[in-house]
Write a protein that binds this ligand. Sequence first.
Ligand code: SF4
Length: 296
Amino acid sequence: MDKINVSRIQDSFKCEVYAHNRWRLGAQPVFEGVPMRIGSAWHAAMESLMKGGSLDMAHQAAANVLSTVDESMLPEKKLDEFIEQSELVRFLIPHVSFPPEWEILQVETELQMNLEALDGTIITLRGRPDAVIRWNGKLWHVQHKTTNKSVSWPFYEQAIARSFHEAAYTAMLEASKLYSEPVAGTVLLGMRKLSLASAKKDPQSCFHRAFIPVMDRARALQTIVRRGSYILKEDVVFEADMPLQLLQNRDSCLGSFKNMPCAFLEVCNGQRKLEDPAYFKHVDPYAVYAEGEETP
Ligand code: SF4
């Protein structure tokens, strides 16, 4: 039996080298960039609130993440961005509310599902939805997202409706049979990073909430089986084939991953080593799934 998670499969579609470094070798950039840290801080605060924590606890959860950023390492422009967006997170936390008719069933709880790979190996697919709620006789997977100020919500909702990630989580929740109600889809809880001045004029303009039915669940499971089978096989041969893989990916990646500069670009260019502790830490990428452990 081998384990695999939804993010690993999703990452492997974008770049196999990235997915291998991140999920097989457990290499994580020491600093993942301002947008990632702001997103994590917001996520930590929302997790705390959804678990019934006080505003103070939510502020503390966000502060714990923000304090991991070494401000002296940021270039001036990035530092300004980080300071303003940190303030935005602190300002917006008290303006968040969840409808009282929502029944919050679980927050950051792992779901697992066993699937048979093409060679008969059992793949244990793992994932941790931000939360699961019961509303209007149906179950919904809650997804917190921070976005930049120019996001088009209708477009974003369309993307979520056909997202592999959402379909996989929905399918896992269905397969878990934890609850009797049907699984309807995803509740998007968006926080748009407007300027602090705009947020102060109208805090609610930063928030977006949408109930999005998720499509293609059966296809998501089929994709997981196919891709998961490929990844497990690839784990065995990948290291031997690395130079070839790098060349193949380098042609198409242009150094960005998920619309951000890729953390492994200098490694792929042979200018830095994954073993350099100033840039990469090595962690068990699945440790976050250990029982009882909280996300940062
Ligand atoms: S730099 Fe390109 S090839 Fe290398 S890991 Fe990143 S996306 Fe993949």
